[in-house]
Design a protein around this ligand. Sequence first.
Ligand code: HEC
Length: 207
Amino acid sequence: MNQEKEQQEHRRADFASKKGEVVLRKHEYDGIQEFDQKLPNWWLLTFYGAIVFYLIYWFVYYQAGLIKTDQQAVTEIMAEIQEKRADALEKTLDSLSDKILVHEWATDASIVAEGEALYMKQCFACHGPNLDAPNKLGLSLVDGEWKYGDKPKEIFKLINEGSPADSKGMAPTGAKMVPWGGTYSPKQIAQLVAFIISKNPKDFAKF
Ligand code: HEC
């Protein structure tokens, strides 16, 4: 019975809309009634247009790969930067030896001054202005002890890569030092090493 009524209603609506009349649906909630009309073409155009746009976008970016997504572009640029960094690191390490660091870099006042300027920017907060780590946030760099090796290149490696971490990213004992390779270029790290050596002439005389 109800179904029949509904069908009648539909026929009525069809008829009315053909005559250009506004059709209201029969139900009403809290005084709110609903139109029963075809959506305007401009609206349908934006709706179907959005679907078509989505299909083209999806195909071009994600299926055919005709245009790089921002993410792909960034990943490529990052890979390039990484490669350049690795090249620079290799060149710097090849050109440096423990001997050169101790007897040429650490004795060159301008290199040491550059290293000191970098140290005062990023390192002194934990290692102290006099390198003796008074606040214990870092290790003393003037106590004659070198936890991860006393060779200048080992110190270079430590500053570049940070102290070794366990599987949870923590240092095996106490605090870990973060890697500075992303902040400083290999040359700058060598300058930092030269500065540290210059403050420990006795430790490094043997090289
Ligand atoms: C947030 C604090 C912090 C900052 C900033 C910091 N370090 Fe460290 N550093 C540490 C900690 C902690 C250790 C000890 C790590 C360990 O035991 O694994 C350490 C260890 C070291 C060591 C090894 C010392 C030794 O006795 O073996 C060197 C060298 C060093 N840092 C150099 C630097 C340089 C150069 C900078 C600046 C570019 C720097 N640190 C910035 C916290 C810091």
